[in-house]
Design a protein around this ligand. Structure first.
Ligand code: GUN
Ligand code: ZN
Length: 442
């Protein structure tokens, strides 16, 4: 029997892995905890304790143990839910669109697809599809672009709320250099953003993110509005794009001749600081890297998108050395997969081109606590410290014949994590839990 006043206890058994800090380039042993015969104790959807099952048993009262709902994932890895720090739900239907680089890809594929979201039914169906795909891929939090239409935010927030997800989205602000049916005005954007913030920001686990698409598609007045909105409440977020493609960067130089560089445009309009995150950040000058770090602005590393659109190779170690918070991102639909596991594989290959290979523990940090830190949500999610929200993913490192053969059912933690990020994908995701509750199972 359980009523609203009785705490809901859950026990999760398995190989528990979570991160306390960035393992760095040598996978520092004090940056994570790994309990091969481990357990999570969850009370009312929040982590109460984590540790070796033997030790935990002694810390949990017998009556609680007896009454708890038990999930036995012995032999499987249990990690904090994966965090996608930059993606576009309305682009779900244009993944794998051939032959264009950024600016042509936007005009030829993206804008026509986004125009369909003037119809709330398209938004509702796509948001439900996208949220369901996220859960099937082990992703429990994402920073998501909607479209210019406020209804597209309503649709996404409603889908996320149904599953009690910690999610961020916002209406794209875009008042120039786009098709007429996708443009707002400064006044529209102000009215719509304020109404959406009122309606959704802080509703359950949802957060609003001010979303100027990128510098070229907002007028100076609209960028100024975005900056004012960001500073109008203490916990609003900002998401946009930065330094993705050489033609884009040259265009920004023409549009904002008085700015030092691309980052300076966002700086000028008050759009740098905590809770701001910029997709791509590939072609940055040293002064821009330094300013991102000093302002606490985060970067979203989108390797599948950067390779697919031919944009370039984000230098994760350099960004991280400089002190920039970096998260991992699919960038659906410029990116080619909903899977952050596949995305880690591409991140590794990009890191090899910089001759600074991404080690396995650091990689899985990037997909979990690193993402939470990049979104400034580490108070709530990202690891299994007591008090955190119990979003987690259950992974089978031997889910495919190739992984099974490669690992022969054994091998150490680092090797299993590495094999999974190179050979693995969503087939490794056995279950996804939200606030303790089972939300997906394969
Ligand atoms: N820059 C501006 N808009 C977009 C977008 O939708 N996707 C990507 N990858 N880059 C952008
Ligand atoms: Zn993007």
């Amino acid at each position: 029997m359980n009523d609203s006043t009785t705490p809901r206890h859950q026990l999760v058994l398995g190989q528990i892995l979570h991160f306390l800090s960035d393992p760095g380039e040598h996978d520092a042993a004090d940056s994570y905890q790994y309990f091969p015969d481990g357990a999570l104790w969850i009370v009312d959807g929040h982590i109460a304790d984590v540790g070796a099952w033997q030790d935990l048993q002694a810390r949990i009262p017998a009556a609680v143990r007896g009454a708890a709902e038990v999930f036995d994932y012995t032999g499987k890895l249990v990690l904090p839910g994966l965090i996608d720090t930059h993606c576009h739900y309305p682009q779900s239907g244009i993944i794998a669109s051939f032959g264009r680089q950024l600016l042509d890809w936007l005009n030829d594929y993206t804008f026509p697809a986004e125009a369909a979201f003037s119809d709330p039914a398209v938004g509702a169906a796509t948001a439900d599809y996208f949220v369901e795909r996220m859960l099937a891929h082990g992703t429990t939090t994402a920073s998501v672009f909607s479209t210019v239409h406020p209804e597209s935010v309503d649709a996404f927030m409603a889908s996320a709320k149904k599953h009690h997800l910690r999610m961020l989205t916002g209406k794209v602000m875009m008042d120039r250099h786009a098709p007429a049916n996708l443009m707002d005005t400064v006044a529209d954007a102000e009215r719509d953003c304020l109404a959406l913030i009122e309606r959704w920001h802080g509703q359950g686990r949802l957060r609003y993110s001010i979303t100027p698409r990128f510098a070229p598609t907002s007028s100076p007045a609209q960028l100024a509005l975005a900056g004012e909105l960001y500073h109008s409440l203490p916990d609003l977020h900002v998401q946009s794009h930065l330094a993705e493609n050489p033609d884009e960067i040259a265009w920004v130089g023409e549009l904002f001749p008085h700015c030092r560089d691309y980052l300076d445009v966002y700086s000028h309009y008050g759009l740098l600081g905590p809770r701001t995150i910029y997709g791509h950040c590939i072609h940055l000058a040293p002064v821009e890297i330094e300013e991102m770090a000093s302002t606490g602005s985060a970067a979203a590393f989108c390797p599948t998108s950067n390779l697919f659109l031919g944009s370039g190779f984000f230098n994760h170690p350099a960004a991280s050395d400089a002190g920039i918070r970096v998260g991992l991102a699919t960038d659906v639909g410029g990116g080619t997969s909903f899977s952050l596991i596949r995305t880690l594989g591409e991140a590794y290959k990009v890191s090899q081109l910089h001759q600074r290979p991404l080690p396995p523990l650091r990689a899985w940090f990037l997909a979990t606590l690193g993402g939470a830190q990049a979104l400034y949500l580490e108070k709530f999610i990202g690891n299994f410290m007591p008090g955190k929200e119990a979003d987690f993913v259950v992974l089978d490192p031997c889910a495919t014949p190739e992984l099974d053969f490669r690992l022969k059912g054994g091998e150490g933690l680092a090797e299993r994590l590495f094999a999974m990020m190179i050979l693995g994908d969503e087939r490794c995701v056995k279950a996804t839990h939200i606030m303790g509750k089972l939300a997906f199972q394969s």
